[in-house]
Design a protein around this ligand. Structure first.
Ligand code: NAD
Length: 500
């Protein structure tokens, strides 16, 4: 008999919320289909209450010295490093991705924490002495106050950590609303922040759905919102949040292409396509979902991808498989629907993931890795973000045709080129209209000290995540012009100030 689902609730002021939720949401283990949790969903009134508490905390935290803030970050970094395996296991239990992959996402989040540990350096403004005679000018970066972070299901630990450590390091208080599908990793991470000595209410976790998101977007005390999710919701969040006068960065969906030129090492390209197409069951915003192959090498490349795809074992991510389940039964059925649609539209189904035997529970949400060749650019499997383990091969006759295809996509998150031709790679890097580019690297997620973000329908707003853009997103700049009184500066001067 299965165990009773565990209650999962908000963490406010480092404490589990003592109230009784009007609405809850079930949390499942996607590898077994078993309901493991019942999640409290925040009402708008609760979100507003938490924002008020965060606002008080933000005032004190924003005035806490940089050295003290950095010490909390260093302590948190150590704790996160010590507990990363447990957090990875929590991710696998609710998201389904294999534990080694979950550990990878925690490590990428940890890198952002390490970047944020350098906050005393990152918040240095500029100083110019004697800009006018005996006048100095300098700039300072100040926190915003309360900021909101709203994250998706597919990276339950890493995506919140793209924003939260930097927002906190900059002196803000954060209200974090994770995905309702896999909320436990965030709670475990928030407990580590408490142990690291972060003052109460500087980080608050409220679980919820649209009601909580709307409350954050509408609350005037929340000065900025970082959102990551699907494109329609990202656009909605951007429009509603900016209409309410906030700063918003809303990262959306993707359809990432990998262009393979005729001179590429086809074994390496096939390894890359399989790893980037099926890692995390294709539920990555940087997954490769389209391989664009030059006609001359397409047959060989497809054969090599198919051979590798057939070796993959799909099953329970906690038991050492290559690929875990997808997030929900609805996602599984939607993906299977796309495979049906691809077959119906006339694409060649080379590997059919619907046929696989799975190494997991009979009620798990499994779809095996699926490969289509001869995919047309009018087919739904090409056009839509499937967000599952379905890789499409589109054949082109030239580099220019491949580049034009990528640039015609409404999305611009990530892309990759596989070639040994430096000139072609350089031209690709210059002309492709995509935010993150891999040259013989299939999943080019930037390091923490660069910024992460796509173009076009993959990002609404001006700022990318983390790196120096993250620091700027979570601060406001003041420029100060200073002069210490000196008799030589007396006298009226009604003209516009000029430097002398
Ligand atoms: P989603 O858009 O369904 O949910 C994202 C967040 O929005 C969640 O916290 C959810 O509770 C909330 N939400 C859902 N519906 C809402 C509504 N109607 N109004 C307000 N808020 C709502 O996305 P998901 O399924 O959790 O995540 C997968 C998507 O995220 C994919 O499209 C993927 O490409 C995208 N993603 C993008 C990036 C990126 O960096 N561009 C990174 C990770 C994921």
């Amino acid at each position: 008999m299965s165990a009773q689902p565990t209650r999962i609730t908000h963490l406010i002021g480092h404490q589990p919320w003592p109230g009784v939720a009007e609405r809850t949401s079930p949390v499942f283990n996607p590898a077994t289909g078993e309901q493991t949790g019942v999640l409290d969903l925040a009402s708008a009134a609760l979100v507003d209450e938490v924002v008020d508490q965060a606002s008080v905390a933000a005032k004190l935290w924003g005035r806490t010295s940089l050295t003290r803030r950095a010490r909390v970050l260093f302590a948190f970094r150590e704790l996160l490093n010590q507990h990363k395996q447990e957090i990875a296991e929590l991710i696998t239990a609710e998201h389904g991705k294999v534990t080694s992959d979950a550990l990878g996402e925690v490590t990428r989040g940890l890198e952002v924490v390490e970047f944020a540990c350098g906050i005393p350096h990152l918040l240095k403004g500029g100083y110019s002495e004697n800009v006018s005679t005996k006048v100095d000018a300098y700039s300072i970066l100040q926190p915003l106050g309360v900021v909101g972070v709203i994250s998706p299901f597919n990276f339950p630990a890493m995506v919140p950590m793209w924003f939260v450590p930097i927002a906190i390091a900059c002196g803000n208080a954060v209200v974090l609303k994770p995905s309702e599908k896999d909320p436990s990793a965030v709670n475990a991470i928030a407990e580590l922040w408490a142990r690291a000595g972060l003052p109460h209410h500087v980080l608050n976790v409220v679980h919820g759905d649209k009601e909580a998101v709307d409350a954050l977007l509408d609350n005037p005390t929340v000065k900025a919102v970082s959102f990551v999710g699907s494109t329609p919701i990202a656009q909605y969040v951007y429009e509603r949040g900016t209409s309410a006068g906030k700063r918003v960065q809303a990262l959306g969906g993707a359809k990432n292409h990998m262009l393979v030129l005729g001179d590429a090492d086809l074994d390496l390209a096939a390894d890359a396509a399989v790893s980037a197409g099926y890692g995390s069951a294709g539920e990555r915003c940087m997954a490769i979902s389209v391989v664009v192959a030059l006609e001359g090498i397409a047959d060989d490349l497809v054969a090599k991808i198919a051979e590798r795809t057939r070796t993959l074992r799909t099953g329970d991510g906690s038991k050492g498989c290559d690929m875990g389940p997808v997030i929900t039964s609805q996602a599984r059925d939607r993906i299977a629907g796309y495979i049906d649609a691809g077959v119906g539209a006339g694409a060649s189904l080379v590997v059919d993931g619907r046929q696989d035997a799975f190494d997991g529970g009979p009620d798990g949400y499994f779809v095996g890795p699926t490969l289509f060749d001869h995919v047309g650019t009018d087919m739904s499997i090409y056009l839509d973000e499937i967000f599952g383990p379905v890789l499409s091969v589109v054949r082109v006759s030239s580099f220019d045709e491949g580049l034009a295809l990528i640039n015609a996509s409404p999305y611009g998150n990530g892309t990759a080129i596989f070639t040994n031709d430096g000139g072609a790679a350089r031209r690709f890097q210059t002309e492709v209209e995509v935010g993150m580019i891999g040259i013989n690297v299939p999943v080019p997620v930037p390091m923490a000290f660069y910024s992460f973000g796509g173009w076009k329908a993959s990002l609404f707003g001006d700022s990318h995540a983390h790196g120096i853009e993250g620091v700027h997103f979570f601060t406001r700049t003041k420029a100060v012009t200073q002069r210490w009184l000196d008799p030589s500066h007396g006298g009226l001067q009604l003209g516009f100030p000029q430097n002398t």
